[in-house]
Design a protein around this ligand. Structure first.
Ligand code: XLS
Ligand code: CA
Ligand code: CA
Length: 455
């Protein structure tokens, strides 16, 4: 079965350049091209997710699956289905030529009739994953546990009113953290799933917050007990499936972590579509996580401007991603994180090859955004303007205020005496927007020059 699911696709997607007419080639992504002192592959650290791409049939709330995913057909036995799914997934990752993948426990092994059967299903799949990793060189960016599909989690996992559900979720996360450790995963992700509420009428907010904090403390404790050196990541999302999710956005999660003395144990996995659902730009969420010292990894995708749910479309905007990448690069880039394609095909994208088209276009968008961002970092396009804007804070007054050596009364005296009389300065927003656009447009010329040189 290995290696024959995507038979219309060549063994390896390679760089074809901006003028290539081959849709199964990269126009921009060149893994070995050096960008700010690192290979492009090492800057972007791209991952394929196994849920949307291999474990989702193309169903929606009105209709059943439309995709050609034989392992999801009713009646196929568990072992055969898991094997076929993993063979196809690793064929895909290998052909796409990206370094990482991500998965939930339930993406690779279904829930059995008993906990023991579920664990056996997972063990068998993890053995296969290990063999595929050895064969292809693919690495695990992060693992995670699905604490939202099974009916037991309808009222939440860690925040469930029933401590037995908390215990079940704890068992599941312990197992998956150990699996992630065994597969040398670089991070472990906790997305809140159903940690939130449908109605406040039956919800004790204080109690649920305490439960959630206890759960996260137990996970951190276990990480150290087993010697897992990867990063623990929390993934903010404001709503869906619940009306309100506790991990609403970067600011809410960092506040929660600080309240419970967990800030040194967790960083954040930011998803573009979750940022927009929260009413923020993705740029805002990335910049906030960096400013608060909590940046970890990224789930790259996009929402739809005309509707308000989590459409998880493939990213296609260089304008938007360049700014998020700029913040990331200016802060030193990823450490254990990367760009995980938490993105799904549209329901009508039926052909097996559509999965390649979607990823190739998304990866080229990221690669192009990386080049723009690197250019802006090198030219200090935004940095010089920001520095100049805050420069007065290094003067006598700014330093005195920040060090706490002046009181409100001192400040009032200086204002009243006429010594302080602020003159507003331009924020230069349009100038800066124009400068960013110039770098985006110039990336075409930079790319052309690089291509010409290579010829
Ligand atoms: C759902 C989340 C989920 C997490 C992993 O909206 O994006 O897929 O990334 O559980
Ligand atoms: Ca996600
Ligand atoms: Ca999403």
């Amino acid at each position: 079965m290995s290696g024959d699911f995507f038979s219309d696709v060549p063994a390896r997607i390679t760089y074809g350049g901006p003028d290539s007419s081959d849709p199964l080639a990269y126009a921009v992504y060149q893994p070995d091209r050096e960008v700010l002192g690192k290979r492009m592959e090492d800057q972007l650290r791209i991952a394929v997710c196994l849920w949307h791409s291999f474990n989702w049939p193309g169903s929606d709330v009105f209709g059943v699956g439309t995709f050609d995913r034989p392992w999801l057909t009713a009646g196929v036995d568990v072992a055969t289905a898991s094997r076929a799914k993993l063979d196809a997934a690793f064929e895909f990752i290998d052909k796409l030529n990206v370094p990482f993948f991500t998965f939930h426990d339930r993406d690779v092994a279904p829930e059995g009739r008993t906990y023991a059967e579920t664990s056996a299903n997972l063990d068998a799949s993890v053995d296969q994953i290990e063999r595929h990793m050895a064969r292809t060189g693919a690495r695990l960016l992060w693992g995670t546990a699905n604490l939202f599909t099974h009916p037991r989690y309808a009222a939440g996992a860690a925040t469930n009113p029933d401590p037995e559900v908390f215990a079940y979720a704890a068992a599941q996360v312990k197992t998956m953290l150990e699996v992630t450790h065994r597969l040398r995963g670089e991070n472990y992700v906790l997305w809140g799933g159903r940690e939130g509420y449908e109605t406040l009428l039956n919800t004790d907010l204080r109690q649920e917050e305490a439960q959630f904090a206890r759960f996260l403390a137990l996970v951190a404790e276990h990480k150290h007990r087993i010697g897992f050196k990867g990063t623990l990541l929390i993934e903010p999302k404001p709503q869906e499936p619940t009306k309100h999710q506790y991990d609403y956005d970067v600011a809410a999660v960092v506040g929660f972590l600080q309240r419970h003395d967990l800030a040194s144990e967790y960083r954040l996995n930011l998803e573009a579509n979750h940022a927009t659902l929260a009413g923020h730009s993705f740029h805002h969420e990335v910049a906030s996580a960096i400013a608060l010292g909590a940046f970890g990894s990224i789930d790259v995708n996009r929402g739809d401007y005309q509707n308000g749910w989590d459409t998880d479309q493939f990213p296609n905007s260089v304008d938007e991603l360049s700014l998020a990448l700029y913040e990331t690069l200016a802060a030193g880039g990823f450490t254990t994180g990367g760009f995980n394609f938490d993105a799904k095909l549209r329901r009508q994208s039926l052909s097996r090859t559509d999965l390649f088209h979607a990823h190739i276009a998304g990866i080229d968008t990221l690669a192009r955004s990386l080049l723009v961002a690197a250019d802006m970092v090198e030219r200090r396009t935004l940095e010089s303007a920001r520095k100049a804007r805050y420069a007065p804070w290094s003067g006598e007054l700014g330093a005195a205020i920040q060090s706490g050596s002046v009181t409100l009364a001192d400040l009032e005296r200086r204002v009243a005496s006429g010594e302080i009389d602020p003159r507003p300065r331009s924020g230069q927003q349009e100038l800066l927007e124009g400068l960013v656009n110039r770098r985006i447009w110039a990336a075409d010329r930079t790319r052309e020059r690089a291509t010409k040189k290579a010829e």
